[in-house]
Write a protein that binds this ligand. Structure first.
Ligand SMILES: Nc1ncnc2c1ncn2[C@@H]1O[C@H](COP(=O)(O)OP(=O)(O)OP(=O)(O)O)[C@@H](O)[C@H]1O
Ligand SMILES: [Mg+2]
Length: 262
């Protein structure tokens, strides 16, 4: 059986008196790709931030290969390096080239030999189609290119699990695909990933499992086919319906028919 990389048990997260996550439990096995979906404000980003120990938690525990992940853990720096995270905004250093952005943490923090990391960085850049951008500055890149650099930068730290929080949300539609293709490539390679996204077709294509979060808890945890074709809960059905757009304004539609745009 595959090894559990991440174990979350009875996680509770509150901001003041607002409980955002209540008794959330799940595990992620080596090589698994889990996609977390749910309505805006249901706590998806907060969950990823807890996993990366960016937030204090009020109950339960999070373990990375058995080791406790806590904001006040003694070995927090070390544990954080084992968890890669990519956000909606790329947060590249504007004064550093693409390559230097990627090399910074592996060389300075992980103390790995620069030449070795450089070779790896160039190989990864090639894989995401950015070889010729290695010496460019972030301002010279498109949003999709910056996001691919941010992914390479996280990968170069050799994380055991990658967390992605709506990495395509700020991108123009044409650039969404190039970034999703990179994620799909990583999934095919066996990377362990936890992905938050609103791209439902992508979620279905990439996920081994879908977690539907709503109202502070996991409401469904299913293989993608099951979740998208036969969701068990009314809430999930409603949620999925919100991704189809139905025109109700009869007056402007020829013949008064509803047009479905999916
Ligand atoms: N630092 C904070 N302080 C107080 N409340 C917060 C903080 N961060 C998030 N929240 C609240 O926690 C809840 C969950 O927020 P979160 O950002 O995790 O939602 P989300 O599922 O990622 O939503 P979206 O799909 O819009 O990104 C929201 O009600 C939000 O207002
Ligand atoms: Mg969010």
């Amino acid at each position: 059986m595959a090894e559990n990389i991440l174990t979350i048990e009875h996680l509770t997260k509150r901001f003041g008196d607002q409980t955002v996550l209540q008794d959330v439990s799940f595990t992620v096995q080596e090589g698994e790709v889990i996609v977390i979906v749910g309505p805006s404000g249901c706590g998806k980003s907060t969950l990823l931030r807890c996993i990366n120990a960016l937030e204090e938690i009020q109950g339960g525990e999070i373990r990375l290969r058995g080791e406790l992940v806590r904001k006040d853990a003694k070995k927090l720096q070390e544990i954080r390096q084992r968890i890669g995270m990519v956000f909606q905004s790329y947060e590249l250093f504007p004064h550093l080239t693409v390559l230097d952005n990627i090399l910074l943490a592996p060389v300075r923090v992980q103390k790995r030999p620069k030449e070795e990391v450089r070779e790896e960085a160039l190989a990864l850049l090639a894989r995401v189609g950015l070889t010729e951008k290695a010496d460019s500055f972030p301002r010279q890149l498109s949003g999709g290119q910056k996001q691919r650099v941010a992914i390479v930068r996280a990968l170069c730290m050799h994380p055991e699990i990658m967390l992605f929080d709506e990495v395509t949300a700020a991108l123009d539609p044409e650039m969404v695909r190039e970034v999703l293709d990179v994620l799909l490539g990583l999934a095919d390679q066996g990377k362990t990933m936890l992905i938050v996204t609103h791209e439902m077709q992508f979620a279905r294509a990439v996920a081994d499992r879908i977690i539907f979060l709503d109202d502070g808890g996991i409401k469904e945890e299913d293989p993608p086919e099951q979740f998208f074709e036969a969701p068990k809960t009314e809430r999930a059905k409603e949620f999925l319906k919100s991704f189809t757009y139905t025109r109700k304004n009869k007056g402007r539609s020829p013949g008064g028919k509803n047009e479905n745009i999916t």
